[in-house]
Design a protein around this ligand. Structure first.
Ligand code: PLP
Length: 417
C-alpha cells in the first residue's frame, strides 16, 4: 500500500476512504460481503498480467503453465464443493455468466420463462433494458398475492402455453427457499432447459445452509462475491452433456482473456468455503437474517412472505407512511447502508419503491450474532421513522448514528487492516 500512496495518493486516499466507510457503518446490502485478506491478496497479485485465452492445457498463448494450475484448482475445488459435473470459472460477473447461459441454450427470439423483475427477478431475466429482454421473448412468472411465494401453478401454466426454451429459477429479491424439484418437473414436462441463477444464495449452498440446486438444474449460474465471500466475479456449473456448449459460450463467444488473478481468488474462496468455519458462518448468516427480520417485524414493519429462509429479507413500509427511497436516505444519514426495493404488486414506481431489502452476509463476516442483529433492527427502525429535515428527526438520526458507531466499533470490519 505504501507504493500506491507514493505513486497515486488520490487513489490511495480513496481506498482508505472506502475502508473507513466500510468500518464506519452497517453494511446491509444483501449482495455485498467482506472478502478475506487471502482473497484480496490473490486478487491483487501478478496473475493479473497473464493472457490465457482458452482453457487449462489448451490456451492460445504461451506461458500459461502456472496460471493453468490456478484455474484447474478453482475448477476442482468448485466441483467438489458443489458436487457439479462441470465448472467454468471464467465469467467476469454474474451478468456475463448469464449471457453465456442464453448463448449456450437459446436462439434470439426464443421464449424464456423467468421471475418478473418487480417480483424479485434480475435484469438478465428478461428486462427490456437488458440484452435478455431485447433479444429473447421474456415470459414473466410471479409470486402469489396471498403468500408472496412463487406461484408454481402459474409457472406450470405459462410453461405449457409458451413452451419456453429455458426456465429460470433464482432471483435478486426473494427471501425464501426455492422448490427446485417443482421447477425440474415443469421443465421436464415441457422439454425446457432448467437454469438456476444462484447468484445470491450460492454461498449458502456452499455452506450447506440451504438445499443445493445442482442435482436438479441443467445449468447453475452464480456470482462469487455475495454470500460466498470471494472476489467479484461469476461462475457456471452444468451437467456433463452441456460442458462443451457452456465453455464455448463463455470463450470465445462472449469473453476474451480470463482474469487469472480473479480466478485464483475464486479458488481461495472455494477453499475457505470448504471449511467447518465457513459452514458455521453460512448457518449464522441465515440465523442473523431471521433475527433481523424478527426485530424489524417487532418494530412494526411487514416482512414480505412473512420472513426469510436465506441471507436477505424484504420489508414493506407502506403502512408506516414512508417510501423505500426515503427510508434508504434516512438510514444512510445514520450510517446504515441498504437499498430501497420494489415489493410484489408495488403501487409505487421503481425509483421510489415501497420497500427496503436487507442482508446479513457482511455484518456476519464481522462477527455479528443474533443479539447484535436485534440491536441492528431497533436502530434501523428508529432511522426509518426519523423525519429527516425536522429538528427532532435530525437529532434522532444523529443519535442513531452514534449508536451505530458504538456497535461497529465493538465488532469492526477488517479489524487487522
Ligand atoms: N443474477 C442475479 C440473481 C443477481 O442478483 C445478480 C446481481 O445482483 C446478477 C445475476 C448479476 O451479477 P453481477 O452484478 O456480478 O453481474
Amino acid at each position: 500500500f505504501a507504493e500506491l500512496e507514493a505513486v497515486d495518493p488520490e487513489i490511495a486516499d480513496i481506498v482508505t476512504g472506502e475502508l473507513d466507510r466500510l468500518r464506519g457503518g452497517l453494511q446491509l446490502i444483501a449482495s455485498e460481503n467482506l472478502t478475506s485478506a487471502a482473497v484480496l491478496a490473490a486478487q491483487g497479485s501478478v496473475l493479473t498480467n497473464k493472457y490465457a485465452e482458452g482453457y487449462p492445457g489448451n490456451r492460445y498463448y504461451g506461458g500459461c503453465e502456472v496460471v493453468d494450475r490456478a484455474e484447474t484448482l478453482a475448477i476442482e475445488r468448485a466441483k467438489s464443493l458443489f458436487g457439479a459435473d462441470h465448472v467454468n470459472v471464467q465469467p467476469h460477473s454474474g451478468a456475463n455468466a448469464n449471457l453465456a447461459v442464453y448463448a449456450a441454450f437459446a436462439q434470439p427470439g426464443d421464449a424464456v420463462l423467468a421471475m418478473s423483475l418487480p417480483h424479485g427477478g434480475h435484469l438478465t431475466h428478461g428486462s427490456k433494458v437488458n440484452f435478455s429482454g431485447r433479444w429473447f421473448t421474456a415470459v414473466p412468472y410471479h409470486v402469489r398475492r396471498d403468500t408472496e411465494l412463487i406461484d408454481y401453478d402459474e409457472v406450470r401454466e405459462l410453461a405449457l402455453v409458451h413452451r419456453p426454451r429455458i426456465i429460470v429459477a433464482g432471483a435478486t429479491a426473494y427471501s425464501r427457499e426455492i422448490d427446485f424439484a417443482a421447477f425440474r418437473s415443469i421443465a421436464d414436462e415441457v422439454g425446457a432447459i432448467l437454469w438456476v441463477d444462484a447468484a445470491h444464495f450460492i454461498g449458502l449452498v456452499a455452506g450447506q445452509a440451504i438445499p443445493s440446486p445442482v442435482p436438479y438444474a441443467d445449468v447453475v449460474s452464480a456470482t462469487t462475491h455475495k454470500v460466498l465471500r470471494g472476489p467479484r466475479g461469476g461462475m457456471l456449473m452444468c451437467r456433463q452433456e452441456h460442458a462443451r456448449a457452456i465453455d464455448k459460450a463463455v470463450f470465445p463467444f462472449s469473453q476474451g482473456g480470463p482474469m487469472m488473478h480473479t480466478i485464483a481468488a475464486k479458488a481461495v474462496a472455494f477453499r475457505e468455503a470448504q471449511t467447518e468455519n465457513y459452514r458455521r458462518y453460512a448457518a449464522q448468516v441465515v440465523a442473523n437474517a431471521q433475527a433481523l427480520s424478527q426485530s424489524l417485524t417487532d418494530a412494526g414493519m411487514r416482512a414480505v412472505s412473512g420472513g426469510t429462509d436465506t441471507h436477505l429479507a424484504l420489508f414493506d413500509l407502506q403502512h408506516l407512511g414512508v417510501d423505500g427511497r426515503t427510508a434508504e436516505a434516512r438510514c444512510a444519514a445514520a450510517a446504515i447502508v441498504l437499498n430501497k426495493n420494489a415489493i410484489p404488486f408495488d403501487p409505487a414506481p421503481p425509483a421510489v419503491a415501497s420497500g427496503i431489502r436487507v442482508g446479513s452476509a457482511a455484518v456476519t463476516s464481522q462477527g455479528f450474532d443474533a443479539s447484535d442483529m436485534n440491536t441492528v433492527g431497533v436502530l434501523l427502525s428508529r432511522a426509518v421513522r426519523a423525519e429527516a429535515g425536522t429538528v427532532g428527526g435530525d437529532r434522532e438520526l444523529a443519535s442513531v448514528k452514534n449508536d451505530v458507531t458504538a456497535l461497529v466499533t465493538r465488532k469492526p470490519a477488517y479489524p487487522d487492516a
